[in-house]
Design a protein around this ligand. Structure first.
Ligand code: ADP
Ligand code: ASP
Ligand code: MG
Length: 812
C-alpha cells in the first residue's frame, strides 16, 4: 500500500488532473494506492470568501458562480457524457448554495459552519477525480474521509482521535477491494458525526494519518515545486531543493512558514519512522526531498530558511516585573485562555521585559486581554500597558547541526546588519535547531536573499548596481560589465547586475537586471529622470549589496550620497565634488559609511584607473606612515607642458589641448591648478589630515591678466599678449636641461600645487602624454618612494577604476 497526496495546484486544472491520473496509474501497477486530494487550487479561499460575504449579508453569488462553473467544466472535460457525474456535482453545489443561503439568513458564521462550508472543496474534488480515474479505466473508488478519521470537536483545527481513527482505517482498507482509493484530504468528523477540518493546509496531515495507521513504507506529497527548498522558491530565486532532511528540521521549517508541508503532518509518521517524500506533480522525475529520521549529513549546518509574515510583537515591560514570580505564567495563561498561539518568546535576563510574537490577527484580542489581566499592576505603574507593534515578520534559520557549530548567529546578524535590516527581537530554541529573528515585513525578501547568499551560495555574491551618468565613461563601464559578467561568476563568484540606469533626462529600473546589450534603447524608453525618484526606486527595490555609482560631475548628484549611505547602499563615485567639498561634509559621509556599513569609494577621483587611493589606504592600514607625497596628477597640464617648447606659442599649445579634448571646455579650470588642488586635497584627507581646499598653497604660473580674463576667448587673447612670460618659463627650464611639470605635494602636513622645473633623472622628467605619477615617501619607503604611474585620464581606464571599486565593495 502506498499513500500519495496531491495538493491544490496539482488538481487545479484539467491538464493537471490528467497528469495526476498518469502518475497514479503508473504507481498502481505494482501496489495498492491511497490517493489523498486537496480542493481544487484556490477553492478553499473562495468558499471562505463566500461564507464571510454571506454572513455580512453581502452578495456571495459572483464568487459562488465562478466556483460552480469551474467544477462543472472539470466534469464536462474529465468525464464527458456522464450524466451521473453531472448530477452528483450539481447536487453538491446545490447543497453548498443552500448552506450559504442559510449563513446569509442567520447572518452568522460559526467555526462549526466554517468546517461544513470548507469541506465542500475536498468533497467536490475527490468526487470528480475518482470518477475521472474510473472513466480512464482505473480500478478506483472514492471513500469519504469523514467516515474514517475521527476528531474532537475543536472546529477549524480539530485534534485526531488516533485510536478510533486507526482502527477505522485498518478495518476499511482490509476489506476494500479496489486498487486505488481516493480520499478527500483536510476533512474529518467528530464523535457526534459533525464535519470537522484539520486546519488550513491539512490535506498533508490526512495523508500522514492514513500512512501511519496502515503502516505503509512511505508517504508521497505531490505539490507544485520539486521538494522542500532551502528557502521559499517564490522569494529566493537561488533556493534549491533539499535532498534529505530530518523530521525535526522539516518540522521547524514548516512551523516557521515553509508552507510546502503542514507542520502537524510529521507527528504521526515520525513515531512510526515512515519517511515522507515531497515531489513535483509536473516534474515527477525530479528526486524531490526525503524527510526521515536521520540527521542530514552535510557540510552545511544550516538546512533551510523560512519566514512567517503578518506577525505582531507584544512587549510587556516595567520596573515592577523584576523578581516577581508568576508574571510569565499569568501572561501565557491569558493568551492560552484566548486561544492565541505564541510563535516566538524572548525574555531579557534582567526580567525587565518579555517579548512575544503572535499572528497579527490575534494582536488586538491579545492586547485587550493582557491589559485587563495586569490592570492592577498597570494602575500602580509597576507595569506599562502592553506595547504592540505590527507589520513584522519572523525569519528563521534551521538545522539540526547548528548546535555543534559556532558563530552562526553572529554571521546571521552581521549579514542582516550589513544590509540595513533592523532586528526587533531574537529567539533561539534551547535545542539550537533554529535561530529566529523578528524584522519588518518589507525587509523579508532582502533578508532571506542575503542570508541565503551567505549560507548557501557560500561563494556567490550578487552585486546590484544603480548607475547615474552614462556618458563616455558610463558607456565604457557598462560594456566592461557586460563583457565580464561570466568571468566574474566563474572566477570571483560575483553576480554583477545593473538594476538601475539614469542620465540627466531619463531613468530606468528593472529588478531582474537590465539587458546590457540593449540598455540605450531601454533607457531612452524609460521615465523622466529625477534624483529623488531614482533614490526612492533604489530604496524600494530594497536589494542586498546595492551600489549607487555616480559617473557625473554634478553637485546635486553628489549631495545624494548621504541619503544612499543611510540606507546601507554603497556609493562608488567618479565625481570629485563630494570628496573635495568642505571637510565637514567629507567627514560626515565617512561617518555614515561606517555607521551604515556601506562602502564609500572614489578611487577614480585621483589618477583615473590607477590604484592610488587604495594603495594609500592599504599602506596606512598596514601601519606604515606617509611622510610625503609628490605627484603629477593632471593629464591636461601634462599634455600642455609636454608639448610646449621654447620658441613655440603657449597659446597654440593650449588651444590644441583644448581642441583634442585634453582640457575642460574652460581651460582655466585646469591651468589655474584648481583641479589638481582638489586631487591632492583628497589624498591629504585620505592620509588623515583635516584640511580644506583653502589650506592648499597654489602658486599660479598664469599671469594676473590671464587669471582676470572675462571669458574663454578673452583668456586666449591674454595668453597671446603674455607670450613672453611663458617663453621665459620654458626657456629658463631648458637652459638648465629641466622640464616643466605641474606638481602636487604633501609634505609635513602642508599641501601645495604649482609648476616646477624638474631635472633629468627625476621620476617626473620622462612622463609622457597624459600620464600621471604618484610617489609615496613613507617610513617603509623612505628614500626610494613607492611609485604608481600610468594613464591618468581616458574613458576606458576610468571605467576600469570604477569597476575595481565596485568589486572592492564585495569584500568590504
Ligand atoms: P499544495 O497546494 O500542493 O499543498 P502549497 O501551496 O500548500 O501546495 O505548498 C507549496 C508552496 O509552498 C510552494 O509553491 C512555495 O510557494 C511554498 N513554499 C514556502 N516555503 C517553501 C520551501 N522552503 N520549499 C518549498 N516550497 C515552499
Ligand atoms: N484545501 C485546504 C486548504 O486550502 C487543505 C489543503 O489544501 O491542504 O487549506
Ligand atoms: Mg499545502
Amino acid at each position: 500500500m502506498r499513500v500519495l497526496k496531491f495538493g491544490g495546484t496539482s488538481v487545479g486544472s484539467v491538464a493537471n488532473i490528467n497528469q495526476v491520473i498518469k502518475i497514479v496509474s503508473q504507481e498502481a501497477k505494482n501496489d495498492r494506492i491511497c490517493v489523498v486530494v486537496s480542493a481544487v487550487g484556490g477553492v478553499t479561499d473562495m468558499l471562505m470568501q463566500c461564507g464571510l460575504q454571506a454572513a455580512k449579508k453581502e452578495d456571495y453569488n459572483p464568487v459562488f458562480k465562478e466556483l460552480e462553473a469551474k467544477h462543472l467544466q472539470f466534469v464536462s472535460e474529465l468525464v464527458p457524457n456522464d450524466t451521473e457525474a453531472v448530477e452528483e456535482t450539481q447536487g453538491l453545489l446545490n447543497d453548498l448554495n443552500s448552506l450559504l443561503n442559510g449563513i446569509y439568513l442567520i447572518n452568522e458564521l460559526s467555526p462549526k459552519t466554517v468546517d461544513k462550508l470548507l469541506a465542500y472543496g475536498e468533497i467536490l474534488s475527490s468526487s470528480i477525480i475518482a470518477r475521472a480515474m474510473y472513466a480512464q479505466g482505473l480500478d478506483a473508488a472514492r471513500k469519504d474521509s469523514r467516515d474514517l478519521i475521527t476528531t474532537n470537536d475543536k472546529h477549524t483545527k480539530a485534534g485526531v482521535n488516533y485510536k478510533v481513527t486507526n482502527s477505522q482505517l485498518d478495518y476499511y482498507f482490509a476489506k476494500a477491494k479496489q486498487q486505488i482509493t481516493v480520499l478527500p484530504g483536510f476533512i474529518a468528523s467528530s464523535a457526534t458525526g459533525e464535519t470537522t477540518t484539520l486546519g488550513r493546509g491539512g490535506s498533508d496531515f490526512t495523508a500522514a494519518i492514513v500512512a501511519a495507521a496502515l503502516d505503509v513504507d512511505q508517504v508521497e506529497i505531490y505539490t507544485d515545486v520539486s521538494g522542500m527548498y532551502t528557502a521559499n522558491p517564490k522569494l529566493v530565486k537561488q533556493a534549491k531543493p533539499i535532498e534529505s532532511i530530518s523530521y525535526h528540521e522539516a518540522m521547524e521549517l514548516s512551523h516557521f512558514g515553509a508552507k510546502v508541508l503542514y507542520p502537524p503532518t510529521i507527528v504521526p509518521v515520525m513515531s512510526k519512522n515512515i519517511p515522507i517524500r515531497i515531489k513535483n506533480t509536473m516534474a515527477p522525475e525530479d528526486a524531490g526531498t526525503l524527510i526521515h529520521n536521520k540527521e542530514g549529513i552535510s557540510d552545511n549546518p544550516i538546512k533551510g530558511l523560512s519566514n512567517i509574515n503578518n506577525i505582531a510583537l507584544l512587549t510587556l515591560e516595567g520596573g515592577g516585573m523584576v523578581g516577581i514570580p508568576g508574571i510569565s505564567k499569568r501572561l501565557f495563561e491569558t493568551l492560552s485562555n484566548q486561544g492565541i498561539n505564541i510563535i516566538l518568546i524572548t525574555q531579557a535576563s534582567s526580567e525587565h521585559s518579555i517579548c512575544l510574537g503572535v499572528m497579527e490577527e490575534d494582536a488586538g484580542k491579545a492586547k485587550n486581554a493582557i491589559d485587563e489581566e495586569f490592570q492592577y499592576e498597570i494602575s500602580l505603574n509597576k507595569i506599562d500597558p502592553l506595547s504592540l507593534e505590527i507589520g513584522l515578520s519572523i525569519i528563521a534559520l534551521v538545522g539540526d547541526q547548528m548546535k555543534s557549530h559556532q558563530g552562526i548567529s553572529g554571521k546571521m546578524f552581521s549579514t542582516l546588519g550589513k544590509n540595513n535590516v533592523n532586528i526587533r527581537a531574537i529567539a533561539q530554541g534551547a535545542s539550537e535547531k533554529n535561530i529566529s529573528a523578528v524584522i519588518a515585513q518589507k525587509d523579508v525578501k532582502k533578508a532571506l536573499n542575503s542570508l541565503h547568499e551567505r549560507f548557501f551560495e557560500a561563494q556567490r555574491k550578487q552585486l546590484n548596481l544603480f548607475i547615474t551618468g552614462v556618458g563616455n565613461v558610463g558607456e565604457k563601464l557598462l560594456n566592461q560589465i557586460n563583457q565580464q559578467q561570466e568571468y566574474l561568476k566563474k572566477h570571483l563568484n560575483i553576480n554583477m547586475r545593473v538594476l538601475g540606469l539614469s542620465n540627466s533626462r531619463k531613468m530606468l529600473i528593472d529588478e531582474n537586471g537590465i539587458d546590457l546589450d540593449n540598455w540605450k534603447a531601454l533607457l531612452e524608453a524609460g521615465e523622466p529622470a529625477n534624483l529623488d525618484g531614482f533614490h526612492e526606486a533604489v530604496v524600494n527595490q530594497n536589494q542586498r549589496n546595492s551600489i549607487f555609482v555616480d559617473i557625473t560631475a554634478n553637485a546635486d548628484v553628489a549631495d545624494m550620497y548621504g541619503k544612499y549611505l543611510k540606507q546601507s547602499v554603497a556609493v562608488v563615485a567618479c565625481n570629485k565634488i563630494a570628496a573635495s567639498s568642505e571637510f565637514s561634509k567629507y567627514s560626515e559621509l565617512k561617518r555614515l559609511s561606517k555607521a551604515y556599513n556601506a562602502p564609500l569609494l572614489f578611487e577614480t577621483n585621483v589618477g583615473a584607473g590607477l590604484p592610488i587611493i587604495d594603495t594609500l589606504n592599504n599602506l596606512i592600514a598596514s601601519g606604515d606612515r606617509v611622510n610625503r607625497i609628490q605627484a603629477v596628477l593632471s593629464g591636461s597640464l601634462n599634455f600642455v607642458f609636454n608639448n610646449f617648447k621654447s620658441g613655440e606659442s603657449f597659446h597654440d599649445v593650449v588651444q590644441a589641448a583644448k581642441a583634442e579634448g585634453y582640457t575642460e571646455p574652460d581651460p582655466r579650470i585646469d591651468l589655474s591648478g584648481v583641479d589638481v588642488a582638489r586631487k591632492i586635497l583628497i589624498l591629504a584627507r585620505e592620509s588623515g589630515l583635516k584640511i580644506n581646499l583653502e589650506d592648499i598653497a597654489n602658486e599660479p604660473f598664469l599671469t594676473e591678466k590671464n587669471l582676470n580674463s572675462t571669458d574663454v576667448p578673452h583668456f586666449f587673447e591674454t595668453l597671446k599678449e603674455d607670450a613672453a612670460h611663458f617663453e621665459k618659463l620654458v626657456a629658463n627650464a631648458e637652459a638648465k636641461n629641466h622640464r616643466l611639470k605641474y606638481v602636487a605635494q604633501l609634505d609635513n602636513g602642508k599641501a601645495s600645487v604649482g609648476l616646477q622645473s624638474v631635472p633629468e633623472g627625476h621620476p617626473f622628467y620622462d612622463l609622457k602624454g597624459s600620464d600621471n605619477i604618484v610617489l609615496f615617501f613613507t617610513d617603509r619607503y623612505p628614500e626610494q618612494p613607492m611609485q604608481i604611474k600610468g594613464a591618468g585620464a581616458g574613458g576606458d581606464v576610468t571605467a576600469s577604476g570604477l569597476f575595481a571599486d565596485i568589486i572592492r565593495t564585495a569584500t568590504y
